[in-house]
Design a binder for this molecule. Structure first.
Ligand SMILES: [Zn+2]
Length: 364
């Protein structure tokens, strides 16, 4: 079974918002939430340590995320009216990951260097002893950079283990984003030049096209898209959330990788759980088509990866038909082989590309 690396999961956000405990099996989380509002708001959970084990999911990019006040839902607790609050919310999540991995080193471990990455991969390459399983590696990724008030704060974030930063969610002080288009701001340009001094990894997901294209030109450090689908396959969508081919081409030229999301609303235009859309309308092949599109643009299988965003505002009810938990990402293998991809291609796409990228860009 291939090793899987998933480039986007809002673990801390779920732990704080819904008190989800990902050391638990998925089935137990679902059972505990059965009579709550959570399945309606966020869908049934698709994540849990048992499922990571079954699916050979060895590493996840674990986000720090809070939303600006103008976008919060009634039940949101992680929202900020100002940048001081944003800093606190993001910082709390960073400390949550540190505490969580300290408490459960047998199940989850932080990855901040290639040494730590390699020790996790090594662990997974050997058969686990009975009941013990393998520790899932977590690389911290800040989604929406408003938790950083100024470039002067970058050294402490780096020191605490943050390695990846996305400047946008909706629009931010740094650049245009989802539903709030626009370019990089001057603050955004200053942030990028400071990030490059540390070799922070820049996440283009959620950035508006103009901001993403300028970042690809300007940013001297490594670039990826942690959870984005292809705009070319979402014709008719009025959202700027999907990446245009020009951005994908730029990412490929810069040696980046794009994590593709198996979220039905980002696979079929008009699909919406709230309007009664059904899972059966979106077969797994629709997801594979986005992976294939990235590979066709690249002319190889070196730039596509998996970035599920699972449990990040949607759950079981909104993922392609036939999938139940994160363990089912392994189903992607046979689908790719059916399309004529080789075993090596499959290894690249499931985790090999992210592994190469991390080995190249994390500090030693
Ligand atoms: Zn997102």
């Amino acid at each position: 079974m291939n090793l899987i690396i998933d480039s986007h999961q809002d673990i801390a956000w779920n732990m704080l918002t819904y008190k989800r405990d990902y050391t638990r099996p998925v089935a137990e989380t679902r059972r505990l939430e059965e009579k709550t509002m959570i399945p309606e708001r966020n869908g049934d959970s698709t994540l849990g340590w048992d499922a990571y084990q079954r699916g050979n999911v060895a590493v996840v990019f674990s986000t720090l995320f809070a939303c600006p006040a103008r976008k919060k839902e009634l039940w949101d607790i992680l929202w900020y009216p100002d940048f001081d609050t944003a800093r606190k919310l993001y910082r709390d999540q960073l400390h949550l990951y540190r505490k969580f991995t300290d408490l459960h080193p047998d199940k989850f471990r932080l990855i901040t260097s290639t040494g730590k990455l390699d020790s996790i991969v090594q662990h997974w390459s050997q058969p686990a002893r009975d009941d013990e399983g393998h520790p899932v590696g977590m690389v911290m990724l800040m989604e929406g950079a408003e938790g950083i008030r100024s470039p002067k704060e970058l050294p402490e974030w780096w020191e605490l283990g943050l390695r990846m930063i996305g400047l946008a969610w909706m629009g931010t002080r740094y650049c245009g984003g989802t539903n709030e288009p626009g370019p990089l701001t001057d603050e955004g340009r200053r942030m990028l030049s400071a990030m490059a001094d540390f070799n922070f990894i820049l996440d283009l997901s959620h950035m508006d096209e103009t901001a993403a294209l300028e970042s690809l030109e300007r940013y001297e450090g490594p670039v990826l898209a942690s959870h984005s689908n292809c705009a070319a396959l979402m014709q008719g969508s009025d959202s700027n959330r999907h990446v245009p081919d020009r951005v994908i081409h730029g990412l490929i030229e810069r040696g980046g990788v794009q994590g593709v999301i198996p979220f039905n609303s980002f696979l079929k235009v008009g699909w919406n759980r709230k309007n009664g859309s059904r899972r059966e309308e979106v077969p797994l092949d629709t997801y594979i088509a986005h992976i294939d599109h990235v590979c066709q643009l690249a002319g190889n299988s070196l730039h596509a990866g998996i970035g599920t965003d699972f449990d990040g505002g949607f759950g079981l009810q909104s993922i392609p038909a036939g999938m139940d938990t994160i363990a089912d990402l392994q189903m992607i293998s046979s689908k790719l082989l059916e399309r004529g991809y080789t075993e090596t291609d499959v290894t690249n796409i499931l985790g090999g590309n992210w592994l190469r990228f991390l080995r190249e860009h994390l500090p030693q």
